[in-house]
Design a protein around this ligand. Structure first.
Ligand code: SAH
Length: 379
């Protein structure tokens, strides 16, 4: 696995550097650090997944973390070109399927709603006017989304999504925010990474009991101290979505950083103010993420008989769908913006920026057309 990072921040990947939990500081509502410390005091060590779920739940509920003034920048916030290309990709699929009625645009973790605005504007140009569904848990971000999309319907999870038509589902930088578990090989077998308190700090310790059966793949032949990551939440969400798409038609488009072959090592990272920090410094005040396991998510979707396309590199995918031409036409329309458009295009597509780190994978219903943009890469 390559070095993990959010767009716009270099993050290292380490357990070290754990600083003191602010002792005796009681905030209202309680900080994630206090909720976690309290849970550990009551129940003993908690799994890394529980730690991450609490930390990110508090983090996303308490602020809008996006943009230069926030903690990290995402592709749709860099340029309208990103969402527009996704909209064209979706409209093309929909048109070639014969423009089915009752189509639903679904976005998982839509942030500020920017991607949806750009994508839906593009889709409308092709006569595609889906209903809008957002799966979002953060009240702060829901409010931002409502400013741009007053007609959207919000869902706490995917169970309540409509059942009466194809689902065109988009997830940009959503899966990386979902909780992961880590398993470490020791001389006495595989153990789960647990989060514990050491006086006023959070530290990671191996579980007392071995957990061989929880890992779900061959675990022999790994050297001691090997770390394997699993994201049961991501697997469950992908499985449920794939069931829906298999039944209702449509597609799931995932754009994120991750790996398409089984890998080892910790990819857990924390970003605050565009800088990497220790994931255990200040839970709830930084964005905790892990690399997305595209290999496993693809396999889950395949078991539901969806067709998998990619992963392809984001830069190549955007170029094959016409981002160069779109940048040129935007520059002709707004010559004063030319430098900013060139810079955004570079950031989204260049191999040293987001172009290679970010991967694009699609899962489509078996009777839907082959989507564009995947003649490169892929498993
Ligand atoms: N897709 C947006 C935002 C990415 S940040 C963009 O590209 O700009 C992650 C998004 O996922 C946020 O909207 C966050 O509130 C949401 N999110 C994180 N965990 C979630 C969960 N468990 N369920 C639903 N939404 C979640």
């Amino acid at each position: 696995m390559s070095s993990p990072r959010k767009a716009g921040a270099n993050a290292s990947n380490q357990w070290q550097g754990i600083k003191a939990l602010p002792n005796g500081v009681q905030t209202d509502p309680p900080s994630a650090a206090h909720i976690i410390a309290d849970k550990i005091d009551r129940e003993g060590p908690i799994s890394l997944g529980d730690y991450m779920a609490i930390a990110n739940g508090v983090y996303y509920a308490s602020k809008d973390p996006l943009g230069e003034e926030g903690d990290f920048v995402t592709a749709p916030e860099i340029s309208q070109m990103f969402g527009e290309i996704i909209g064209i990709w979706l409209a093309d699929l929909w048109l070639r399927k014969g423009s089915p009625d009752h189509c639903h645009y679904v976005e998982l973790g839509p942030g500020r709603g920017t991607l949806a605005s750009d994508a839906l504007r593009s889709m409308a140009k092709f006569g595609c006017h889906p209903t809008i569904h957002f799966v979002e848990t953060s009240p702060v971000l829901k409010a931002r989304q409502a400013d741009l999309h007053p007609d959207a319907i919000w869902h706490e999870d995917i169970a309540s999504l409509p059942e009466n038509g194809p689902l065109l589902i988009v997830a940009n930088e959503f899966f990386d925010a979902l909780p992961i578990e880590q398993f470490v090989s020791t001389a006495s077998g595989w153990r789960r990474h647990m989060v514990m308190r050491d006086r006023s700090k959070f530290v990671v310790i191996p579980s007392e009991e071995t957990t061989e059966d929880r890992i779900g793949s061959s675990t022999s032949g790994f050297p001691e101290d090997t770390i394997l990551e699993r994201s049961p939440v991501s697997v469950e969400i992908t499985g449920n979505i794939a069931n829906r798409i298999a039944k209702q038609g449509g597609s799931l488009l995932i754009i994120d950083y991750g790996y398409s072959r089984p890998g080892t090592g910790s990819t857990l990272q924390a970003v605050k103010d565009h800088m990497p920090i220790s994931p255990f410094d200040s839970p709830g005040t930084c964005d905790l993420t892990a690399h997305v396991d595209f290999h496993t998510l693809a396999n889950i979707a395949r078991t539901r008989l969806l067709a998998i396309h990619g992963p392809a590199e984001q830069g190549q995918w955007l170029k094959s769908l016409g981002i160069d031409q779109r940048a040129e036409s935007l520059m002709v329309a707004s010559p004063k913006e030319a430098d900013a458009i060139v810079a955004a295009h570079q950031r989204l597509t260049h191999v040293d920026e987001m172009g290679r780190l970010f991967q694009v994978m699609a899962a489509t219903a078996i009777d839907w057309p082959q989507p564009e943009g995947f003649s490169y890469g892929g498993e």
